[in-house]
Design a protein around this ligand. Structure first.
Ligand code: ADP
Ligand code: F6P
Length: 487
């Protein structure tokens, strides 16, 4: 089994002593795939994103880095791509165009403005997708794989949407699944993209045998988008597209977290030390928590404004509640991300200045890459705010309840994929409705203890019912069906 994703499971940085330092790759894709891989061995092909990644790849025997712990063993191969090409593929097409489209983030009166720069960036996106496809194809030379069965490729996310069709040309006998960790834009919004891009993305994905999505909503959007692909026959009910005389199955495989693994992390000495630190900071106040990459889709700003509204409308809560925001810096090369992070920090400062006092700071924001602190904070929150504008799934919404010890409540956006799984045990909000979110904060904090406990138990059960191995096994099961249909 070969996995391909832009970001790999480990990030290497070069320390001040010139030695390599290893850190866990950020984001939900890495969390989900690492959990899923504990069920199976394989090779994971990813892009070298740092100088350290490039150095680690050069030092590893055959360019393969072994990753092994108690229950997981696999290898990672980092592709070293030309810097300019990688920048246009990652920062421009993937994260400024496709990510914005799938999360409805464009500022329609002003952006996007597609022109020569986007055109040039697209060329690099195609080239990087080709480099991935060629690397995957050469990993499994024809004839390998026992009984004539070809390789099985699991391709991840919008960065690599052209890879399935490229693999089909390079390795027609292979079985390929592509999984989207993001939402998929509805057909009107998707067509903001230049026609050739939209068409290439859809045809690229349709090169796979199976296309996986986090939720029914995103799968349906994809199917609706495919109605614009010439020659494609879309069957919405059967969730199938016929193209070039072959079927493509469109399926929903919600990703999951490895609950025992995060509980083990929560019990380690560094996390316990951080928990004591956060507990002292919390004191006798109630605690609202959010944990996010500094991404525009996460809706951090409206979250702070909702908290401000709540404090102004319910002044009796002033001094009795604290908001902890743990923000993991993300995609700092992109101007919109830097501006958004600044805007969020300024809003928190303003709220603190206007409402805080000498002995009460309403919001504490920590910007940094600190997974252990996030896990420590999960134990202690009274309300966890997960209010993304749109989100493929959102794993924070699953991790929090798994380690929380205070019977905390989840405030959850109806536009997160996780809402399908967890919505009935959460306080649902329309992420654009600041007033409604403020009201959800009040409801979360004032809810009777036994109601909170019932919701909390419901969340834990729903998370436990979806173990990560299922995510990968169900995809392999659908690929087997595709294999059987071919022979
Ligand atoms: P996304 O994939 O958009 O980042 P998710 O909520 O699905 O959003 O996943 C975020 C993942 O990143 C979670 O598993 C979370 O625990 C993890 N995480 C949170 N903070 C950090 C951090 N500082 N460093 C690395 N990972 C983090
Ligand atoms: O989960 C969606 C996703 O875009 C992943 O593909 C990605 O690894 C993660 O979010 C974090 O983003 P990035 O890799 O750009 O830091």
């Amino acid at each position: 089994m070969l996995i391909a994703s832009n970001r790999g499971p480990i990030q290497f940085d070069i320390g001040t002593d010139g030695e390599l330092e290893e850190a866990r790759g950020g984001g939900g894709l890495v969390t989900a795939l690492t959990g899923a891989l504990s069920a199976t061995e394989g090779l994971w092909v990813a892009a070298a994103m740092t100088e350290g990644d490039r150095m680690a790849a050069a030092r590893a025997p055959g360019g393969r880095i072994e990753v092994a712990d108690e229950d997981t063993k696999y290898h990672v191969r980092y592709l070293s791509l030309a810097e300019e090409s990688y920048d246009r593929y990652y920062n421009v097409v993937s994260n400024r165009i496709l990510w914005f489209a799938h999360h409805y983030l464009f500022d329609a009166p002003r952006s996007p403005r597609f022109g020569a720069a986007a055109q040039e960036a697209w060329r690099h996106y195609v080239a990087v997708n080709r480099a991935f496809a060629e690397a995957l194809a050469e990993e499994h030379p024809p004839g390998q794989g026992g009984s004539g069965a070809g390789p099985v490729y699991l391709v991840q996310d919008y960065h690599l949407s052209l890879v399935p069709a490229m693999l089909r040309r390079l390795r027609p006998e292979a079985l390929t699944a592509h999984f989207s960790h993001t939402p998929f834009a509805g057909p009107d919004y998707f067509r903001v993209l230049p026609d050739h891009m939209a068409d290439a993305v859809l045809r690229g994905l349709l090169g796979a045998d199976v296309l996986g999505f986090q939720s029914q909503d995103w799968a349906e959007n994809f199917l609706l988008c495919c109605r614009h692909v010439e020659g494609a026959r879309v069957n919405l009910r059967a969730r199938r597209v016929e193209i070039d005389g072959r079927p493509v199955l469109i399926r929903v495989f919600p990703i999951a977290i490895d609950a025992p693994a995060i509980r083990r992390t929560a019990a380690t000495p560094p996390v316990r030390r951080l928990r004591r630190e956060i507990s002292r900071w919390k004191g006798n106040a109630r605690m609202i928590l959010r944990v996010d990459r500094t991404d525009l889709s996460k809706n951090i700003l409206r979250g702070f404004l909702a908290y401000e509204t709540f404090l102004r409308e319910h002044p009796s809560w002033q001094g009795r509640v604290k908001f902890l925001a743990l923000l993991n810096p993300s995609r700092r090369a992109i101007p919109e991300y830097r501006a958004y992070t600044r805007e969020c920090l300024r809003a928190a400062e303003r709220i603190n200045a206007e409402l805080g006092s000498a002995d009460w700071r309403p919001i504490d924001v920590a910007v940094g890459d600190d997974y252990e602190r996030a896990v420590a904070a999960y134990s202690l929150y009274d309300a966890l705010m997960v209010n993304p504008v749109f989100d493929g799934m959102n794993l924070v919404a699953m991790e929090g309840p798994t380690v929380n010890r205070t019977g905390g409540t989840l405030i959850l956006s109806r536009n997160a994929g996780a809402h399908r799984l967890l919505g009935k045990h959460a306080l649902t909000v329309n992420p654009f409705d600041v007033g409604e979110t403020a009201e959800a904060i009040r409801a979360a904090l004032e809810m009777p203890k036994q109601d909170r406990r019932a919701l909390h138990l419901g969340l834990r059960r729903a998370v436990a019912a979806n173990p990560p191995a299922r995510w990968v096994n169900r995809q392999l099961g659908q690929l087997e069906r595709a294999f059987a249909a071919r022979h």
